[in-house]
Design a protein around this ligand. Sequence first.
Ligand code: FAD
Length: 434
Amino acid sequence: MTARPPFPDIASLWQETASARPAFGTLSGGHRFDVAIVGGGYTGLSAARYLARRGLSPVVIEASRIGWGASGRNGGVVSGKFRLSFADIAARHGIETARRMHDLGIEAIDHVGELVAEYGIAAAEYRPTGSLRCAHNAVSLEALGKEVAWLRGALGDRACSMLSPGEMEAETGSRDFVGGMLNTHGGVIHPLNFVLGLAAGLQAAGIAIHERSPVTAIRRDRDGMVVETPDGTVSARQVVIATNSYSDLTPATAAVRKSIIPFRSAMIATEPLTGTAGQGLLSRGRSYTETRRMMRWFRKAGDRVMYGGRGAFGKTDSESAFAALHKAMVRQFPELASVAVTHRWSGLVAMTMDSLPHLGRLDDRVVYAVGYNGTGVAMASNMGRYVAALVAGETPDLGLLTSTPLRAVPFYPVREPAVRLVAGWYQFLDAIGR
Ligand SMILES: Cc1cc2nc3c(=O)[nH]c(=O)nc-3n(C[C@H](O)[C@H](O)[C@H](O)COP(=O)(O)OP(=O)(O)OC[C@H]3O[C@@H](n4cnc5c(N)ncnc54)[C@H](O)[C@@H]3O)c2cc1C
């Protein structure tokens, strides 16, 4: 029997403001389901929802607690974009591929609202307030202008428009930006309450979910697949791997892990601003990202400011990474210098070789959906409908997400120094204003 790894809860703002957790038992004994889903985040739960809709019996098996991975600790920015711009996708792969992926992004954003409404997840505090990209220099502003023109012209996306420096100051409260791009699609959410509400809704619909049950092995037998945990087993016709950046928790998901570069993303949250300096900042409650390569982002959560960006390299948090975030926040919003930071936490983002998520098959019995590259709140929670289609033998078209393979990371053992090198280079370019 394999010992369960320790999985301490994350000391995040989300954890402190979490709604009541539904109880999910550990998997024990032998069971049979149509589909065994490894991972209890947005992807795994969404897969269970759509498999059940097709009349199949799914089981979600989570190593720790529901939402322990990225789904319960992310920034809660609801966005339909990919790391590659739609214009770049069109230039390299054709306008129809770009259109399909753009449609997928909008569908995923709308789907967040549908889930919140269907399962009554008021505690997710979903606000479809849109997002602002904040240009830090003239070169970035020009690029944003071209992007808006392209999105409006080529894809007919009227949700995007440009803002002047004055409008940016009125929107953000910062004089740091030379202009920006408003996108009224998307918004912000309490990510942990979203995933807990989704799990509670599925449980109420009779879907089996187990926590504290790390899958230690996935193997074939004569009738299909067997999924092993320390105290139980599931026999299933098919397996779905939904472990994303946490695919190295056990060797069971090694086949997927080799294609993912885990990158630590960190954030800090201030005390409530009511009655303190800076209480008028970010008054529209959107999500905000900078155009620098080592992208920093911020938002309000209730009346606190959250500020995020690159975390520490390596396996744990570091004081210096949090201090760098605080310094950047105060540079942007000087009035926050006297405001206390009450929460600091981080998580792993799943980067892929082509910066895109992928849905596909390892073989005739194992499906995977991973690699959201830091933009998975909407995308992962909508991915289940396509996971279910693939499991059912259909061939869903998600543009490059399904038409291109999930490539293995070359020289996987040296991925950490490589990430450090690339990040250092980006930081240097940002510092010299390129
Ligand atoms: C700090 C941070 C900030 C982010 N901010 C944003 C944001 O603002 N907006 C946005 O769109 N995206 C954001 N993301 C990305 C987003 O959170 C993810 O893309 C999304 O949550 C992925 O969901 P998932 O279900 O695929 O993976 P996860 O939520 O990570 O779930 C995977 C689960 O698999 C479990 N698991 C792993 N191995 C096993 C095993 N052997 N057996 C059983 N279970 C196992 C893990 O415990 C984990 O709970 C952020 C990510 C991080 C880390």
